[in-house]
Ligand binder design. Sequence first.
Ligand code: NAP
Length: 257
Amino acid sequence: MSDTLNLFSLKGRRALVTGSGRGIGLALARGLAGAGAAVVINDRDEQKALAVAMGLRDEGFNADVAVFDVTESAQVSQAVDEFEDRVGTIDILVNNAGIQRRAPLENFSAADWNDLLRVNLDGAFHASRAVARHMLQRGRGKIINICSVQGELARPGIAPYAATKGAIRMLTKGMCAEWAGRGIQANALAPGYFATDLNRALVDDPAFSDWLCKRTPAGRWGHVEELCGAAIFLASSASDFVNGQTLFVDGGLTSVV
Ligand code: NAP
């Protein structure tokens, strides 16, 4: 491989992707593994995590599991510490676990608001803190926070989700402020619209799909595999002087009105 391509190689690195049992998280785990990383599948359900890791191993990749709920601070720290002791270093963390809840803001339930904050924001904090403590000791590490176009643009019905993704952008800058001088690069990857379970209501709505394809300069939904190039870049040495940024992978959506 040429020296330039080597910059993007993840050989010898290990990446933990939260919420990687399905959807974007699984696609990112597979993409990082394809670039040479050993990957750690995270899910709340041990059997599911093991089955997904087994599937990746059948594809020829190196895959382990770490079972935890990102909302449970102590559980996250314990699982990360135990993993580092038992298996080895986590060099790359992708904070991907996330949920969506839809309702008019004036009717939004406090329970749904709390769920969104706990998974989308608290979860990224808990996992980052647990992993960064180890990365800081080594003086190197990569953190990728999965944001959204809703970190930049609001839409009716999902104001609380947008608030969590706006907060993730600022948490990313905060990580840069605190950790850039100690060897960690923390960046956000902001997907546009991708057809996953999280967006099932939109995928199943032809009127929305029609609107989205007209609104997106690329003229279509994204394919989850199309997020992998940006993730590999942000996980690799190619991005060693990139910090605190948000990289939109959205078919041009946030650049054009
Ligand atoms: P998804 O298909 O619904 O998958 C969400 C994943 O998060 C699942 O693996 C889920 O596990 C996991 N998860 C949820 N709560 C968790 C918890 N408390 N602890 C650990 N894992 C948990 O969603 P997705 O579309 O792939 O979304 C992944 C990320 O991309 C989210 O942060 C989302 O906001 C972001 N995003 C998605 C889009 C899009 O178009 N799809 C666009 C922009 C940003 P279970 O299977 O156990 O529920």
